[in-house]
Design a protein around this ligand. Sequence first.
Ligand SMILES: Cc1ncc(COP(=O)(O)O)c(C=O)c1O
Length: 493
Amino acid sequence: MTIILPEDSSEPLYRQVRNALERAMRNGQFDTVPLPSSRSLAEELGVSRNTVNLAYQEMVAEGLIVAEERVGYRANSAILNEKPVEGDSLLRETRVDWAQRLKRRLDEDLPIIKKDYNWQAYPYPFIYGQVSNSLFPITAWNRALRTSMEYPHVHWSLKDGGSGDDPLLVEQLRTTVLATRGIRATPEEVLVTVGAQHGLFLTARALLRPDDEVAIENPGYPDVAHILAGAGAKLVPVPVDGDGLRVDRIPSSARMVSVTPSHQFPTNVSLSKPRREALLASAHRHDWLILEDDYDAELRYVGRPAPALRAVDPERVIYVGSFSKFLAPGLRMGYVVAPKPLIEQLRLERRYTVRHPPGHIQRALALMILNGDYQRAQRKQRAALREKWELMAKTLKLAFGDSFKAPTGGTSMWVRLPDGVYADQVVAEAAKNGVLIESGASCFSANHPEAQRYIRIGYAAIPVESIVPGLSKLSKVIHEAGRTPNATSTILP
Ligand SMILES: Cc1ncc(COP(=O)(O)O)c(C=O)c1O
């Protein structure tokens, strides 16, 4: 409780108390808790209880507070909001025209991904981009957090790192995480970020000039489109097929190509070998930079993953990685691997925004990798996801027949709806049945004719035992939607 009386005022003391309380109520101090008892407030302010009681009586008479049995007094927010604040007319005269002050967002016309962050309320949360709490290595993480607060690690957990990173994490990234992707990097070529999205943002800011053409996947990751457009780029949506990005459709005038080669977002197809080779060769020929978003490379369940594009071309590939899909998105940990001059600039961009990702989290993650807990958790999580992936693939194949092709990895399945059935309607109807899925519409460029043809079904967060009953409910919804095509016409794109 912070009630402050004026240092010097000629007003009677009880009025000073009353005004101080009104100010505190207007600032929201008593929105959720009752006002203090007259005894404790009198003690805190060093005034008599009578003075406080007089102040309370006046506020009751004005309707500013109401007495509640066994609770005391509560702020009456209805009256507080109605009653003008002193000096309010002056405030009104000098009001800022925020609509006019705000800069126009260069990405304002792009589709926005819709997420229900209340996904845990659904019995069947086929949400993408969230993880199951039960699979997170909580004991190992707690141990790592605790050790990070002990000597000698505590220094790295608590210090202001300026524009630097935790050297232990950079070392573990280089020797363990990146090495498994075939990437060799010096410490000067690695930057730790607040998630992969931060890495994409810093890169766009450092490299793009107004109207630079950037090829993006279509369908693709809506947030990268926002990031690139926000940095002034002219987006060139390039189609995707069963082999990934159609490299032959990238204009030679592009300055940069944004791509998710391991598991294309949102289709999950892998960029085929001929396409990878064509992409790297064309990049060399036309001087494109490649922004490789390898956000979930670890999560592959059949065959061996292809090495990262950066492993093949460390000169013009900027590699962005994340711990969100495997560990947890709430940790906000990611990294960029790129040539030294770019990393130096990204470091400065980062310094003037977040300075650096929290030292404590960096050190804990480094310790987890160093002691092998990370690798153990990764194996466990991959096995659990693989089980879900198998179940999803089998059940969706039964429901959709040969038109459904299961991807080799990732944490979601991209499903083409039968003709005459529209994604937004299926999402809405499924939600009424407790099934949370996502419409694929926001992954397509604006007004794309296929925008309503796909849904995305994520399986990282949903418990394995809910998959089959959830998919069976979903399949009923889709079947019903197909039988009532007229009902869908209102939501056509
Ligand atoms: C394709 C893609 N790239 C990047 C990200 C961002 O990941 P992070 O949580 O590490 O910022 C996501 C998250 O959903 C993603 O799907």
